[in-house]
Write a protein that binds this ligand. Structure first.
Ligand code: ACO
Length: 319
């Protein structure tokens, strides 16, 4: 496992000088205190490659053992080639497959599920899975509804076969395209390619209906968690650690209260990183991994949600 966050820290106090907001409002309404932001021409593939390099070192494997590079991102460097191909080149890895997965902030949960299918089917032995996003590149820094929420980062994992009963035990994935308008970056694709109009109308920035996304997230965090637990034949009481997508502390608190899980089992890091999209679950898992508390046999529950709308959960027994 390996992670990477940019060095530059953007605090709530910094944002107070940019838009009509306050440190107190952001802390109370979101739980975020600061976030990391990319600078200059740093792109998502740079964050992804830096995290992947650490993961490869941590796994102690030879580059030639990687069969597939899978990057979950919704802020790719460009429409094509895929960010996975750019990462492959930056890492100097040859002779493997590479592609991206786009499921917004559910990308890591979706990506872990897809990666494990390749291993379970026997098609590939070793998959490099990376969740990486640079959302701050797509933020309108005059829009206080969105600019306070997002940060940048990446998390990478080298995945391979483990003994029965360990690793990924179940996945629950869901989507509802009827909610596509609630959270989007409208321009830059084939519907609205870049144009004078798209730039003037700020269509290349994140647009969000915060209240609607909030209500959706509270509802589906519960649904996804129960869905994955049921598939694995487990109950909430069996879970040792729950890692939710780090979007807003109030979303997490409300959903977790409904779920009836102890607060000390929930891993949180949004205070220091904000919403890092596909990187948020890997970054939080890395904190837990480094704390030394994680032990073999522990049951982990990951829950993600995001634009699409998409949502999902994974149950993992730590090896
Ligand atoms: N600073 C100060 N005041 C603000 C700010 C701000 N940054 N933003 C909004 N306000 C004001 C509003 O104008 C409003 O004022 P009014 O009462 O005078 O009209 C008041 O604060 C309350 O506004 P709400 O929008 O109702 O605030 P809410 O409590 O819903 O919080 C927030 C807004 C934080 C965006 C919340 O709705 C949220 O977290 N939504 C979910 C967002 C999310 O998770 N998005 C990512 C999904 S993952 C992905 O796929 C990218």
């Amino acid at each position: 496992m390996g992670t990477y966050v940019p060095e530059k820290v953007l605090t709530n106090s910094d944002l107070e000088r940019m838009v009509d907001t306050s440190d107190d409002w952001i802390r109370c309404r979101t739980g975020i205190v600061e976030r990391r932001v990319v600078e200059g021409d740093t792109a998502t593939s740079d964050l992804a490659a830096a995290a992947a390099k650490k993961a490869l070192e941590d796994a102690g494997i030879n580059d030639s053992e990687i069969d597939l590079i899978l990057v979950a991102t919704s802020t790719p460097d460009m429409i094509f080639p895929s960010t996975a191909c750019l990462v492959q080149s930056k890492l100097g890895i040859n002779g493997c497959a590479a592609f991206d997965i786009q499921a917004a902030c559910s990308g890591f949960v979706y990506g872990l599920t897809v990666a494990s299918q390749f291993i379970e089917s026997g098609m590939y032995k070793t998959v490099l899975l990376i969740g990486a996003d640079a959302f701050t590149k797509h933020i309108n820094w005059e829009d206080r509804n969105t600019c306070i929420l997002f940060g940048d980062g990446a998390g990478a994992f080298v995945l391979h076969e483990v003994e029965n009963g360990y690793g990924l035990l179940s996945s629950y994935l869901m989507a509802d395209g009827r909610g596509a308008d609630l959270l989007k970056i409208p321009a830059g694709g084939s519907a609205h390619p870049g144009s004078e109009y798209s730039v003037q109308n700020k269509l290349h920035f994140v647009q969000m209906n915060g209240n609607a996304v909030f209500k959706f997230a509270v509802r589906i965090l519960h649904e996804a968690a129960i869905g994955a637990l049921t598939k694995a034949g487990l109950t909430v009481g069996d879970i040792d650690y729950l890692i939710p997508h780090q979007a807003n502390i109030r979303i997490i608190d409300a959903a977790m209260e409904r779920l009836g899980i102890d607060r000390n089992k929930i891993i949180l890091n949004l205070e220091k990183y904000g919403n890092t999209s596909t990187a948020s679950i890997p970054l939080a898992l890395y904190d837990l991994y480094n704390s030394g508390d994680l032990k073999r046999g522990d049951l982990l529950l990951f829950v993600g949600f995001g634009a699409g709308l998409t949502w999902g959960a994974n149950i993992i027994r730590w090896v």
